[in-house]
Write a protein that binds this ligand. Structure first.
Ligand SMILES: Nc1ncnc2c1ncn2[C@@H]1O[C@H](COP(=O)(O)OP(=O)(O)O)[C@@H](O)[C@H]1O
Ligand SMILES: CSC[C@H]1O[C@H](OP(=O)(O)O)[C@H](O)[C@@H]1O
Length: 406
């Protein structure tokens, strides 16, 4: 019989106490369940006297945000811990250390990052993170390159892909990002005041073609091992340090999906500022910072990825075919921009929104932010296959902002 059951705080303490080399045997441990995500339990366990602490994350057999009516595999705890360990080896210092994975209880014990803040909250507070573009571009370039056919032996890559099939979590993304927002689905959730926008999404054939093409990529293009859910709620940050958490959606998919997740979530914060009553100059200054971050992330990613390719490329044809690298990087940029747009649309009309917009208390302000996020998202989706430069993203964002004000 399986020993699995959701833990309470006392049980979490007992498990943490057994972890070698962390707590003294007689330590007085305190525990709080702090999970604020959509899926799992997260326990913070600390010995305040010794100033030591750990995080114990346990998968529930269902999606917490919906309840027991939405069963979900416990194997996602294995995927998350294996992905964290692999990412940590490829991008040292950019993910938490994993101390233990227990398959029976579907739990992972990892480094406590409570001295960082969740980036979504940091952006909502208006904090700037000058090192972020450098850190996240390194994370993306190294994890994506070294798990792709460009940087890894292709037979080994196929074997690795077996452990990251992750069909149940992929299905969540396939539905919530690439299908439900474009039809009158039960899972959708939006304010009545923007029903006209939702209906426009359901009836826009040009948009549906682009989303169907991006969905096809998500379904079929096993380019590299993705984090799979790289939004700003999956990033812990300080001005000096960046740590990526929560890769339970990891699978072999199109690289642009991870890049687009980061860019799209920065742009959701940009759109949310439409609803803030900051003095205009201050608001536009922060928006300029966000857009600069977006272009820096892409430029630094491109440079780092190409440097890795030039130094460590394992595929003779890909290394030497004239024009192939340029073609590859252009397709990556196009995918990133298309996926960024999809990520924006789902967070306004689909299940599971973002605090940047939802926490705007004034209904009219929230509506302005939602409409702008949709305008930007749709424009990026429609633009994606025509993009040749990251500047086109910036232009599209400026045009959408200007049109929203007109
Ligand atoms: N390593 C960690 N250190 C400190 N807090 C953490 C850590 N991992 C998760 N948390 C806290 O738990 C919350 C939910 O974690 P997350 O991994 O995003 O769960 P879910 O998979 O349910 O979305 C985070 O927003 C953060 O507050
Ligand atoms: C029913 S899961 C909805 C949504 O939640 C996940 O995010 P997180 O684990 O960070 O809370 C993921 O983005 C899913 O699309």
């Amino acid at each position: 019989m399986s020993a699995y059951h959701p833990l309470n705080e006392t049980e979490a303490i007992e498990i943490a106490r057994k972890l070698e080399g962390v707590f003294q045997p007689d330590a007085k441990l305190a525990c709080r369940e702090i999970g604020d995500g959509n899926l799992n339990l997260v326990f913070h366990i600390a010995d305040p006297a010794a100033q030591s602490s750990i995080i114990l994350k346990q998968a529930l057999p269902y999606a917490k945000v919906v309840g027991e009516s939405w069963p979900l595999t416990l194997d996602r705890a294995r995927i998350e811990s294996e992905a964290l360990i692999l990412e940590g080896s490829l991008a040292p210092g950019l993910v938490p250390n994993v101390y233990l994975y227990d398959p029976e209880l579907a739990l992972t014990i990892m480094e406590d990052l409570s001295d960082h803040v969740i980036m979504r909250q940091g952006l909502i507070n208006g904090t700037r993170y000058p090192l972020f573009a450098g850190h996240i571009s390194t994370f993306l370039a190294r994890t994506l390159f070294f798990t792709s056919d460009l940087g890894r032996n292709q037979q080994e890559k196929k074997l690795l892909a077996r452990s990251f099939a992750n069909p149940e979590l992929c299905k969540i993304t396939e539905d919530l990002i690439f299908d439900d927002p474009y039809r009158d689905a039960d899972t959708n959730s939006f304010d009545e005041s923007i029903r006209d926008e939702a209906q426009a999404l359901w009836n826009d054939g040009e948009l549906h073609l682009e989303v169907a093409l991006l969905r096809e990529k998500f379904l079929t293009h096993g380019q590299a091992l993705l984090h799979g859910d790289l939004h700003t709620g999956s990033i812990f940050i300080t001005p000096e340090s960046t740590k990526v958490i929560d890769p339970e959606f990891a699978y072999f998919g199109p690289m642009g999906f991870d890049i687009g997740a980061v860019l799209g979530n920065l742009l959701l914060n940009y759109a949310a500022r439409e609803g803030l009553d900051d003095a205009d100059a201050e608001r536009e200054d922060y928006r300029a910072y966000l857009l600069n971050s977006v272009t820096d992330i892409w430029s630094q990613f491109e440079a780092k990825f190409l440097a890795l390719w030039n130094e460590s490329g394992v595929d003779r044809m890909a290394n030497s075919a004239p024009g192939y690298k340029e073609n590859y990087m252009r397709r990556l940029l196009q995918d990133a921009i298309g996926f960024a747009g999809c990520k924006m649309v789902r967070r306004v009309v689909g299940l599971a929104h973002v605090a940047d917009i939802d926490k705007l208390e004034d209904a009219a302000a929230r509506e302005r932010a939602q409409r702008l996020a949709l305008r930007i998202g749709k424009s990026l989706i429609k633009l994606n296959r025509r993009v040749v430069s990251i500047d086109q993203l910036t232009d599209a964002v400026h045009s959408a902002s200007a049109a929203a004000k007109a």
